[in-house]
Design a protein around this ligand. Structure first.
Ligand SMILES: Cc1cc2nc3c(=O)[nH]c(=O)nc-3n(C[C@H](O)[C@H](O)[C@H](O)COP(=O)(O)O)c2cc1C
Length: 380
């Protein structure tokens, strides 16, 4: 007997951008793991941000993509991701005033004597204005316009290395208080020149960087930009949601395909994913940005369950759903979601080496009332 047709869901429907097809709407969110030496990838690395220059790393352990050697080390990673049936994507970043920090498990603050004893010294950091993240943190040097252009060129060069490494999707990190976000926010950008002042001036760094990257990144490959939709969730000061709507429209006009809606981190620690918030709280941001800027969106933050992720896409709150920590907890999140939603009742998306076994076990489990599959196969 033939098996039942798979269930069709919004989460497991394809998404086409330029010449690239995403086979479903699930994206593993970029997550630094601070485990590289001189930015070079090793067997540990499967998903995280990569710095566009050494000075732009958050910690000594950050991944980089500023040379051909970095690209070569990432090639096995992209090949592995492709073999798993997914699209290899990279986020390129510059940490700005949040660079030169301790790894999270070494304290997550400015480096101190314990780090020096390990041979890890702080380095000079840069930002739009000489404003440290907090009191007691490193004072960044104010970037000159010449330095700004040089850093933007490094983003474009990094995009070139990402092509050589085999990446098919590229994201520019303009969120979480790192360099590009620190240009956007009036809290960290106190400049009076063309890269500061009013909103147009503060947006200039991110917009020009997107333009330079788009000119290098192939026409048929998607370009994403991750933004902090607001400087701080719930705050009435600083970068606000209407600013993000304006930014998203300008990004779209420059060939950015997807605006990845994160939030906060301008003056707090790292990626600010620890605030007490309801599940999927950023769909409010992605829905408004998508609707008002007419741009495709991705949403991230406290999305754990397949049914919730599916309803976000089905209800038009975002086009793509990024899974962060839940994918660390369950690296097979997408495959488990496909099974629990009944999209892959035959375990056909699993490695053939053991999908074959799991579909037979599923039939056995159904007989004893323990099946995982929502819409069980009808076949024998
Ligand atoms: C270990 C770790 C590293 C992260 N590194 C990055 C990063 O490199 N770039 C980024 O944009 N966000 C980073 N984030 C934030 C995640 O991408 C994600 O936005 C955040 O964890 C919220 O989503 P979640 O609730 O699904 O985990 C990191 C998060 C974690 C837990």
């Amino acid at each position: 007997m033939a098996e039942a047709d798979p269930v069709k869901t919004a989460l497991f429907s394809p998404f086409d951008v330029r010449g690239t097809r995403f086979k479903n709407r699930v994206v593993i969110s970029p997550m630094c793991t601070y485990s590289a030496h001189d930015g070079i990838a090793n067997e540990w690395h499967l998903t995280e941000a990569a710095a566009v220059e050494p000075r732009g790393r958050i910690t000594h352990g950050d991944l980089g993509i500023w040379s051909a050697d970095h690209a070569a080390a990432l090639k096995p990673v992209t090949a592995f991701i492709r073999r798993q049936g997914a699209l290899p994507a990279i986020q390129i970043a510059h940490a700005g005033r949040k660079a030169s920090m301790q790894r999270p498990w070494h304290g997550n603050g400015p480096m101190d004597d314990v780090d020096a004893a390990r041979g890890e010294m702080p380095w000079d950091i840069v930002a739009p204005s000489p404003e440290p993240v907090r009191e007691g943190w490193l004072m960044p040097a104010e970037l000159t316009v010449e330095d700004i252009h040089a850093i933007q060129d490094r983003y474009a060069a990094a995009a070139g290395h990402a092509i050589d490494a085999g990446f098919e999707v590229l994201e520019i990190h303009s969120a979480h208080g790192y360099l590009a976000h620190s240009f956007l926010s009036p809290i960290s950008n106190r400049r009076n020149d063309a890269y500061g002042g009013d909103r147009a001036g503060r947006m200039r760094f991110t917009l020009e960087t997107a333009e330079k990257v788009r000119s290098v990144w192939p026409d048929d490959r998607p370009l994403f930009v991750r933004i902090s939709s607001v400087d701080a969730d719930g705050a009435t000061e600083g970068w606000q949601l209407e600013d993000s709507v304006a930014l998203a429209g300008e990004l779209k006009a420059r060939g950015v395909d997807v605006v990845d809606c994160s939030s906060s981190g301008i003056s707090g620690l790292a990626t600010a994913a620890l605030g007490k918030q309801p599940m999927g709280f950023r769909t409010e941001y992605s829905a408004r940005i998508g609707r008002e800027a007419g741009v495709a969106t991705m949403v991230v933050g406290l999305i754990l369950h397949a049914e919730h992720a599916d309803s976000i896409v089905a209800d038009g709150l975002a086009d793509l759903v990024a899974i962060g920590r839940e994918a660390l907890y369950d690296p097979y999140w997408a495959r488990h979601a496909a099974v629990s939603l009944g999209v892959d009742p035959g375990f056909e998306d699993w490695p053939e080496q053991y999908g074959w076994w799991l579909v037979r076990r599923e039939k056995l489990l159904r007989d004893i009332g323990e099946a995982h599959v929502a819409a069980p196969p009808s076949g024998g």
